[in-house]
Design a protein around this ligand. Structure first.
Ligand SMILES: [Fe+2]
Length: 188
């Protein structure tokens, strides 16, 4: 289950309804997907795509997504730091950023115009669609592990355009997870 943190307001959102409603204000679609059949850690990309085929097909039809692939990042992935550096600076894309997390986790920061920056930690089972043009950046959590299904309208549209605002430097890419939600946090 994803967690949202709004640092400037010292707020943390954790429930599915709260998170879904909050993200909806920014046009960000959020869903929880369950596989049609059990998928182990050793499942191939094809097996993963088969297991989530129904949800993938529904989303493709709804969002006009045409291409689907699986990205698999581990701590020993070659050139991992260089890869991560591309996405940890504020940027946007000409198409939606659509990710379904199969394993591991990651941290998006979302910076919509006129709104406070918020962090969105995604974990296995989370589907997120960040609309094209939305300013954001992305970091892995400490274990540097994520496996995700990606959907594209057109893969050429997924090049990052950097804002060079420097705003990303003001936010620590610290993942928390539910066990780290400080007690007494104010909630929306
Ligand atoms: Fe991105």
């Amino acid at each position: 289950m994803a967690v949202v943190r709004i640092p400037s307001e010292e707020k943390v959102l954790t429930g599915q309804q709260e998170v879904t409603a909050f993200l909806g204000r920014y046009g960000i679609e959020y869903e929880r997907w369950t596989s049609a059949r059990p998928v182990g850690a050793e499942a191939t990309s094809d097996e993963l795509l088969q297991a989530y085929r129904q949800d993938i097909d529904a989303l493709k039809a709804r969002g006009g997504y045409r291409a689907v692939d699986v990205i698999d990042v581990r701590p020993d992935t070659p050139n991992l730091d260089a890869m991560l550096a591309k996405f940890s600076r504020e940027h946007w894309h000409d198409e939606d950023e659509v990710r379904f997390i199969v394993e591991g986790r990651g941290l998006f920061h979302i910076h919509s115009e006129g709104a406070p920056v918020f962090a969105l930690e995604v974990v296995a089972g989370d589907l997120i669609c960040v609309p094209q043009g939305t300013h954001h950046w992305f970091d892995l959590c400490a274990e540097r592990r994520i496996r995700a299904i990606r959907l594209f309208q057109d893969t050429s549209g997924w090049t990052p355009h950097y804002t060079d605002s420097g705003v990303d430097a003001s936010f620590q890419p610290v993942c928390f997870g539910l066990s780290y939600v400080p007690s007494g946090s104010e909630r929306l």
